[in-house]
Structure formats: C-alpha cells, structure tokens
Design a protein around this ligand. Structure first.
Ligand SMILES: NC(=O)c1ccc[n+]([C@@H]2O[C@H](COP(=O)([O-])OP(=O)(O)OC[C@H]3O[C@@H](n4cnc5c(N)ncnc54)[C@H](O)[C@@H]3O)[C@@H](O)[C@H]2O)c1
Ligand SMILES: O=c1ccn([C@@H]2O[C@H](COP(=O)(O)OP(=O)(O)O[C@H]3O[C@H](CO)[C@@H](O)[C@H](O)[C@H]3O)[C@@H](O)[C@H]2O)c(=O)[nH]1
Length: 480
C-alpha cells in the first residue's frame, strides 16, 4: 500500500488529501499539522473549513484510509510520498518584506523531513512557492539526509475556494514538474499514477521543475489580471454610460478571450492573488526585470484603486460624509461559499468607512464575529501601495457590530454595501429592508448581485459597479 503524508491541514492540504483518499482506496493518506485545534476539528463533525461537498468526502474515508494527526514525525517517517502544503505568506519583515514569499514554514518542514526519514522519499511541493524553491529544498534535504535519497516534485494546486471539491474531482489539469533524470522521471510517474486513478491521462501535464513552479504564479497573475482589466473598464463605463456587464459579455464572446473571470467587482480578495503577484514582482526584480515587475504590479494597484473608488463613491453619495451613519455590510468573506476572509476586500472597505467615522453592522452567513473583529484590528503589512491603513483603535472597534441576519444588519441603516455575492442576497425582501431603513436609502452593490431596477422602483438609490449611474450619483461625483 502506498503511503502518503501531507504536511499542512489547511484549505489545500485537507480537501486535496481527502479527495486522493476517496479516489484511491489503495492509498493510505495521513494529513498532519502542528496546529492541535485544526487537527481536532478535522477529526470532528465541525470541519475547520467550510467547503461545499467536503463533509461528505471526509465522512466516506476518515478512519479508513484518511487520517488527521498531530504526530507529524511518525507519519512523515512512514510515508513514501510527502506533500508539503504549508502556508507561504508574504514576508512582513527583512529582505523582500511586503513582496517576497516567507518560506520559514516550508524550510522547517523540509528540515524535519530530512531529520526523521529512514527511507527514500518523494517530496512534493504543493504550496505555492517562488520559482527555483525546489533547488533550495533539495539542498536542505541532501545536506541533512544521512544517505537517504529524496526526489523533489512540483505539483502546484489550482483549486479555488468554494468549488474545491468540484475542482479536485474534475481538474482542468494536474501539473507535475520533476528533475529530468531517470530518478526524476520515476518519481513523476509515481505521482502521476496516483492522479491517474481519476484524472484523464491527457489532463496530467508533466514539465521540468521550474516550469511547474512558475506556471502556478503565472496562472494566478493571468486570472487576477483579467479582473483588474474588467475593473479598470468599470470605471470608464461609469464615466461614459457604458454597462460593464454588456461590455464584458460581448468581449468574452471572442473565443480567444473567453467568458470566464470577467465579473467586475469591488476588487479581488483571497489569500492567493495578491500574495502570488507580489511574489512574482519580487522574482522579476531579483532577476533584473524591473519593467516586467512594474507591469504585474499594476494588477494590484488597480485592485487597490477599485476598493478606494468604491469607498469614495459611498462617502460622496451620502453628502460627503458617513460620520455616525449606519452602514450595513452584507458579506465579509472574499467570495461566496467560503468562510475565508484572508485579504477580503471587505476589510479595506470597512476600514475606509470607519476612517470616515461610520457605524458598521456586518452580516455574513459563514464568518464569525470573532473573525471579523480580528480582521479589522489586524495591522496590514507595509507595502508601497496606498491602501495601507492603520489598525483600528479600541474606540473604532466599538463602531462595528456583527448582526445575525441581513434584516438585523440593515435595520435603521442609511446605506447597504454588498461585498460578497452570497446567493441569499439576491432574494432578500428588499421592500421590508427599505421600510426599516433611514431615507434616502442607498444600496452600493460591490458584486452586481441585486436587480438595480427593481430596487430603484422600491425607492432605493442604487450604485452598481460599472453600470450607468442614477441621476443622484451623477450629481454627487465621487472624489478620486
Ligand atoms: N487556499 C487556496 O485556495 C490555495 C489554492 C492553491 C494553492 N494554495 C497554496 O497552498 C499553500 C497552503 O495554503 P492554505 O490556504 O492551505 O494554507 P493554510 O494556512 O490554510 O494551511 C497551512 C497549514 O500548514 C500548517 N503548518 C505550517 N507549518 C507547519 C509545519 N512545519 N508542520 C506542520 N504543519 C505546518 C499550518 O498550521 C496550517 O494549518 C500556500 O502556499 C497557498 O499559496 C492555496
Ligand atoms: O470574475 C471574477 C472572478 C473572481 N473575482 C474575485 O477574485 C477573487 C478570487 O476568486 P477565485 O479565484 O475564484 O478564488 P480563489 O480561491 O482565490 O482561487 C484562486 O487562487 C487559488 C490559490 O492560488 C488558485 O488555486 C485558483 O486557481 C484561483 O482561482 C475573489 O475575491 C472573487 O470574488 C472577481 O472579482 N471577478
């Protein structure tokens, strides 16, 4: 029986390994983590992450060929294949701070693998890492190996949160990079055999190590670039009377462009896009390519601009001040169908509104009050882009409340901000909401989820990103 161990039981390690266990009954999978609460949750009925379909997959395999454990060393020692799926956040201090990937967790995992191993192993980079990381990892493993042989593979993960199980069941592609040596090819084949149990052969791509590592950063940069492109167009649409949905639909009909990932929004969030692009920018700079670095930096700058533009629009529409006004924030997660709030645009929008002394009432179906308070008080790292905002003082925190549903959040509010595209926000009783709000009642739709015309008929003043503006909004132009 092939034994797999995955270091890191997070958003990637947990679902990915659960699907491997489900699809490969002859493989024994252990997911290990240093975080006791995380592992306890994986072993309970309340999994540590919310992901549609995940509970069902875990229930089918847990205790059979899928195990969650804090005994990291034991499971690594016994494994034939060790996936490393630890976090690789942006460095917050030292060389490359604000851009480079922090490989502390990866390095400590690699040292531990070298320390405890007593048999040859395939070590798989599952985390997103800078191109050439495998070379550094190889050095750590070889210099500490006591004669044991390691083969390093790069097998980046392309799942998106909220659709992780679907993405893992039916991936567009699985990418495996390895050394172009007989041992390297053998290791690539061993991993390919695992995926081949449910992924069609023509979807399993094999490349050299550096191509696989760089493809992950490139894919995220291309995806984020599409969103920044459509968001840049949304500003121009508002200025000219064009409708961004019509423009992106017609643009996407060109088969060379395609229809996906062209939804204008308040800005992209999530733990990956910004981090990975910053990482790419840093790699370009380190390789003496400042023009290429500058090109990719613009994707983040437009994203920041979009969030700032949204806040400015709210403030200017409401007579240039939101001081002491109640703003209901519907949705705090960075996208629907996840409870994840990492780099959610909601943090920047809320901080922007609080900076103008608004009172905020937040509702999200999957994000806890504790998480929201933590996100709003956390300091953001310093970086040379302008969205940098100070952490909130204890008095500011008092201006934030968390509601248990959308009706409670919007009661007596002056305005509503829709920041996550949860399906339930489409079908709320907006007449009831309107009745219970201060007048004039505003809706600022950061995800284009509501039917603006219907809401206008009820009496709302509606701002939808990239759509033709109400006369009210035209009369109150947003300040840059
Ligand atoms: N979240 C996503 O959707 C996604 C998708 C594709 C790729 N990625 C990449 O995958 C990697 C993991 O992302 P994530 O979202 O799962 O992160 P995460 O923070 O949810 O999980 C990482 C886990 O690793 C554990 N860990 C850290 N060091 C450890 C060590 N030395 N030993 C044992 N456990 C250790 C942490 O306790 C944590 O539980 C990152 O590089 C990320 O960029 C993420
Ligand atoms: O047309 C769109 C599509 C997405 N978004 C936003 O973009 C962000 C990221 O969304 P998405 O890419 O769906 O979720 P992630 O879980 O961040 O997944 C991305 O990041 C992962 C981590 O690297 C990769 O594995 C995935 O392939 C990649 O899609 C979210 O805030 C979305 O609301 C838009 O604003 N408009």
């Amino acid at each position: 029986m092939v034994k797999i161990c995955c270091i890191g039981a997070g958003y990637v390690g947990g679902p990915t390994m659960a699907v491997i266990a489900l699809k490969c009954p002859s493989v024994e999978v252990a997911v290990v983590d240093i975080s006791v609460p995380r592992i306890t949750a994986w072993n309970s009925d309340q999994l540590p992450i919310y992901e549609p379909g995940l509970d069902d997959v875990v229930k089918q395999c847990r205790g059979k060929n899928l195990f969650f454990s804090t005994d990291v060393e034991k499971h690594v020692r016994e494994a034939d294949i060790v996936f490393v799926s630890v976090n690789t956040p942006t460095k917050t201090r030292g060389l490359g701070a604000g851009k480079a990937a922090d490989l502390t967790y990866w390095e400590s995992a690699a040292r531990m693998i070298a320390d405890v191993s007593v048999s040859d192993k395939i070590v798989v980079e599952k985390s997103t890492v800078p191109v050439k990381t495998a070379e550094a990892i190889e050095k750590i493993l070889m210099h500490n190996s006591k004669g044991i042989k390691f083969q390093i593979l790069s097998n980046p993960e392309f799942l998106a949160e909220g659709t992780a199980i679907e993405d893992l069941f039916y991936p567009d592609r699985v990418l495996i990079g390895g050394r172009e040596t007989p041992e390297g090819f053998k290791a690539v084949k061993a991993l390919k055999d695992v995926y081949a149990q449910w992924v069609p052969e023509d979807r399993i791509l094999t490349t050299n190590l550096w191509s696989a590592e760089l493809t992950k950063l490139a894919a995220n940069a291309f995806l984020a670039q599409r969103i920044s492109s459509v968001n840049a167009m949304s500003a121009l649409c508002e200025a000219t009377g064009a409708n961004v949905s019509e423009v992106s639909y017609a643009v996407g009909k060109d088969s060379r462009i395609g229809p996906k990932f062209l939804n204008s929004s308040v800005g992209f969030g999530g733990s990956c896009f910004q981090k990975d692009i910053l990482n790419l920018v840093y790699i370009c700079e380190c390789n003496g390519l400042p023009e290429v670095a500058e090109y990719w930096k613009q994707v983040i700058k437009i994203n920041d601009y979009q969030k700032t533009r949204f806040v400015n629009r709210i403030v200017s529409s409401m007579f240039n001040t939101v001081s002491n006004k109640k703003i209901a924030v519907l949705g705090f997660a960075f996208k629907k169908d996840t409870g994840d709030t990492r780099e959610t645009p909601a943090i920047d929008v809320c901080k922007g509104l609080l900076g103008d002394k608004a009172r905020i009432s937040i509702y999200d179906p999957q994000v806890t009050e504790e998480q929201i308070q933590r996100d709003l008080t956390m300091n953001k790292f310093d970086w040379d882009h302008p969205i940098h905002l100070q952490p909130m003082s204890p008095t500011t925190v008092k201006q934030v409340s968390v509601a248990w549903d959308a009706y409670a959040a919007t009661k007596d509010a002056h305005g509503i901000c829709l920041l996550t595209e949860w399906d339930e926000f489409k079908t709320l009783d907006y007449e009831r909401i309107f009745e219970n709000m201060q007048k004039p009642a505003f809706v600022f739709d950061g995800r284009n989820v509501v039917d603006a015309e219907k809401l206008r008929k009820i009496g709302f003043i509606v701002y939808s990103i990239g759509k033709p503006l109400d006369q009210w909004l035209k009369d109150m132009p947003a300040l840059a």
